[in-house]
Design a protein. Structure first.
Lengths: 183, 183
DNA sequence: TGCAATTCGTTGATTATTAAACATATCAAT
DNA sequence: ATTGATATGTTTAATAATCAACGAATTGCA
């Protein structure tokens, strides 16, 4: 973990912050690189030192959110939190970053986020499935996994795009109950 | 007005902001260069590229405030604002930057600020004295000037160190009345 | 369609910042 | 006083960011 030059961190932070702020103003496709540079108070060329284009930039931001969610998930596992309680953490995270997630899901970039999110869920939930259980005797593990994960993603997407109609905890509990029935 | 490199502006802004923030935490003399560098998220050496030491840094911050006040004063003169109205602007400025002015006046650096402030007042008020007036027939211009300016500084210092006991407008009006009687 | 104006992505030369190291100075506690 | 620790101010080579310029691609509009 050779620590990176302070200038790199600062530039990237400013650039990412700028994009997120601009996304709540206008459609992502209408944002120019110059807009981002202006808002970040950074030379336009500097953006190209770190990202291929604005799509690559958005991808990297999404990737960081996914990683953040993974970290939360794994630290919840270490602290032996039950499934519902760890879900609450996630939904609170979505709530904190609402303006980002809602605009991403509303834009044409929704699918790239959704697929990455789905991958994460599959990774993290694979071990939670107990195929020895009686109710799962006749079911294929992959089927159960796919069933749960897609519904999870669907609920999250619905909750965010509808403007978070219930508090994080309420949604997390209800989703937890439904998932528990399936595994 | 050859525009300066963006990096210079950003570094100096970060450094000055850091000092001001730190000054509300602890005594200026207890603040180390490293403290400032950490808070500004800047290399320690960078500070020495722009300032001789932390005293020079504080001096420059004070100087910028003085210049800001001068600009306000002169633009008020251009807009033909009366004396009281232009004072209101100043006191509102003190109010906006309260945390800075109060800590500076409380510290050992008070005198350097006070003397610069006094110089500014003398410059700007010299032209306002009308020695042809009857009541000023037997008075020396410099005496009137000194009288008004020191009382002005005194009021400002009292108002700030007492925690701004009255709104800016109230103070500005009262001070305006008193000064008007003298010139 | 055609023209003008942006925007893009890249380039090269220059500059500001960085990390690390250094000797010196200040300071506290023993 | 002596020591250990921390702060200062300076130097070095390496490097990230800057600005200005460029042709090419896109867009917007007449």
């Amino acid at each position: 973990m050779s620590k990176v030059d302070r200038r790199i961190t600062k530039s990237q932070e400013a650039i990412k912050k700028a994009v997120i702020e601009l996304m709540s103003d206008k459609n992502f496709d209408d944002i120019t690189i110059q807009d981002i540079a202006d808002r970040a108070n950074v030379n336009r060329g500097t953006i190209y030192l770190h990202y291929l284009d604005k799509f690559d930039l958005l991808d990297k931001i999404i990737e960081e959110h996914i990683n953040e969610l993974r970290v939360m998930c794994e630290s919840a596992a270490e602290m032996d939190l039950d499934f519902i309680e760890s879900n609450v953490g996630w939904f609170e995270y979505f709530e904190r970053n609402y303006s980002f997630f809602s605009t991403v899901l509303a834009s044409s970039k929704a699918s790239s986020f959704r697929s990455r999110f789905q991958e994460l869920l599959i990774e993290e939930m694979r071990n939670d499935i107990d195929t020895t259980k009686v109710i799962n005797r006749e079911l294929n593990e992959e089927v159960i996994l796919q069933f749960i994960v897609t519904s999870f993603v669907g609920i999250v997407e619905w909750w965010i795009t509808k403007g978070m109609p219930y508090p994080p905890r309420v949604i997390a509990v209800q989703l937890g109950i439904l998932i528990d029935r399936s595994l």
